[in-house]
Write a protein that binds this ligand. Structure first.
Ligand SMILES: C=C(O[C@@H]1C=C(C(=O)O)C=C[C@H]1O)C(=O)O
Length: 371
């Protein structure tokens, strides 16, 4: 067997080639930053990163290293993105004010997201329904819409985790938010009553937010369907008094349904927070910032990240963690905090966190919707 010193000499020799290559790569990456700055382009280019990862794996002699090669290149690209963000500095692409254009929303006409859209952009704004959460993201990616509106958290059921995961996956920005008081109603066709109903359709949020009311009717089948509005549409189309939906008053009126039981939500304070997403950061004047990052699973990493907020007396308003499916028991953290993204303190804290965390991403800076 060779000596440990021999192995280490060999590793040193390899690194002596690796580091100059890394340096060359970083030089090119910073040229790319200049290019992006001139064209107001986003730093993160997910499609390109996928290509880089696929090429790396294809070049392996031993495919057994595929997962490691991906992690290696992911780390290299996270470092190059951080360098590009440093170079580009405050010149992140921003939306022009006011936010004009076509808006997509989750659900169907009559959904709570449509209500949030009407509240935020005005009733007259041109809009398009997106049946699934991801459809809002793909429509924005494909240029079919300029902004999207989706729910992100409910005051009683918590985070809408699927939307968090999509936010982490697509490279878009949160440009605004709207909070809405949510009343859930049991709605059905003319003649439907608590006695005729056998099955209740709704989005899982509608069912969850009304779980106490539903518990009083144990004989009813609970069917998870698309959005609350889509559920109302289904019930109207069926014409069947045995079917009911949990949906808004707005949806009931739109689809000609009657309210069998009003305000069936568990909590008197039931409210949902909706986000408005866009392809670039909101115009200046924001007072709330959202970001995402992951950390090494080691003692103190989360503390060492969060302490920067305390040191700068920045108020953290929300933290959510979501599993990273590709990395067993690893998590991605989503943080919301108060502050102006153009202030020295917020710039400082973003620099501190991006230096210590992996896959750091500024998710948005926008005006908060306070009560
Ligand atoms: C260098 C670029 O910027 C980022 C970093 C990449 C990399 O290091 O290879 C790839 C895509 C971008 O997310 C680029 O856009 O090509």
């Amino acid at each position: 067997m060779e000596d440990l010193a021999d192995y280490r000499r060999e590793i040193d020799e390899i690194d002596s080639q690796l580091i100059p290559l890394f340096e060359r790569r970083m030089d090119v990456v910073r040229e790319v930053a200049r290019f992006k700055k001139a064209r107001n382009m986003q730093v993160l280019q997910r499609d390109r990163e996928r290509v880089v990862l696929d090429k790396a794996v294809a070049r392996l002699r031993d495919p057994g290293y595929a997962a490691e090669a991906e992690r290696f290149m992911n780390a290299v690209m996270a470092i190059s993105r951080a360098a590009q963000r440093r170079d580009i500095g405050g010149a992140l692409p921003r939306e022009a004010a006011p936010l004009t254009g076509k808006v997509g929303y989750y659900g169907a006409p009559g959904s709570f997201s449509e209500q949030a859209l009407a509240d935020y952009f005005g009733e007259d704004r041109e809009r398009t329904a997106c049946a699934e959460f991801e459809d809002v993201f793909t429509a924005l990616r494909d240029g079919e819409i300029d902004y999207g509106v989706l729910p992100i958290e409910n005051s009683s059921t918590g985070a809408i985790t699927r939307v968090y995961d999509l936010l982490g996956g697509y490279g878009f920005f949160i440009v605004g938010e709207r909070r809405l008081r949510i009343h859930q109603n049991l709605v059905g066709v003319a003649g439907a009553t608590l006695d005729t109903v056998r099955a209740v359709y709704s989005h899982e949020q509608g069912l969850e937010q009304s779980s106490r009311f539903l518990a009083e009717h144990p004989g009813w089948e609970q069917a998870v369907f698309h959005s609350t509005a889509e559920s109302a549409r289904l019930v109207a189309a069926s014409g069947d008094p045995a079917k009911a939906a949990i949906a808004s008053e707005r949806a009931a009126a739109l689809y000609g349904l009657e309210i069998i039981a009003p305000a069936i939500e568990n909590s008197r304070h039931n409210a949902t927070r909706f986000i408005v997403i866009g392809r670039a950061l909101a115009p200046a004047g924001a007072d709330k910032v959202s970001l995402a990052f992951s950390l090494d699973n080691e003692s103190g990493t989360l503390y060492n990240t969060l302490r920067h907020f305390a040191d700068r007396r920045i108020n953290l308003v929300k933290i959510e963690s979501r599993p990273i499916p590709e990395e067993l028991w690893s998590y991605r953290f989503y943080l919301d905090f108060e502050g102006d993204v153009d202030s020295d303190d917020v710039r400082g804290v973003l620099a501190e966190i991006s230096a210590g965390a992996k896959d750091f991403r500024l998710l948005g800076a926008y005006r908060s919707d306070r009560d």
